[in-house]
Design a protein around this ligand. Sequence first.
Ligand code: URA
Length: 265
Amino acid sequence: MDVLAALRLQYEWGADEALLDAPQDRRGATPAIPPATLSPATPPARPSPRPAALPGGPAEAARAAAACHSLDELKAALDGFTGCALRDTATQLVFAEGPEDARLVIIGEAPGAEEDRAGRPFIGAAGQLLDRMLGSIGLDRRRVRIINTVPWRPPGNRAPSESEIALCLPFLHRHIALIRPQRLVTLGAIATRALLPEAGNQGIRRLRGAWRPATIQDLDSPLFCLPSYHPAYLLRTPTAKPESWQDLLLLREWLESGDYHENVI
Ligand code: URA
């Protein structure tokens, strides 16, 4: 048995955290099912098929999202939406944080392990860097709405798949439409491509650095969106920080312009 391969498989399935303080050696443990019941003639029970795309394909996601007229309803609809299999492996829904009438919405990729545990977006290392980045231009995170492209943690922190993104996209559009912000910031290629489909497969390096119009379902006019590097990428690639700073300056320029209307917290 290739122990490393088994460990890798567990990691890919999302078992990437120790839950007990001390390791448990289960090799000598009494089996939970008495051996007599493990008849070789009885084929092992197959796991019942996941509700993956059964009760909720993209069309149902779009219907469910469109029926929501408040953020509370949207949260409840997402909580009850079984179409996206990510919800089965995540601990909980990570809905959003920040004012419901925020002028600026920041969109990340997906919750990580700490966000999954706490139910709050961007609280781990990348979130702490995001807080410092916003602070460097005088912006307190409590003034912005923070959402993720997909609201459940993908197992093992893998990137969300195209179909998972497509299932969650109607909820993201509805979230933005209910808030009606003035501007958007997308962090990383996943969030940027989700909201700027015309970007195709272009990398974030090409897309960042300019305000681009994003068409949001149910909003009459496009919202300007500033794509930038994801803070997790900046943690791995500090050489990208000067470009990220250029993006923050663009954001600050707008914050200091007459176009930005502050909401009171
Ligand atoms: N990365 C994200 O994109 N979102 C989070 O909430 C945390 C890390």
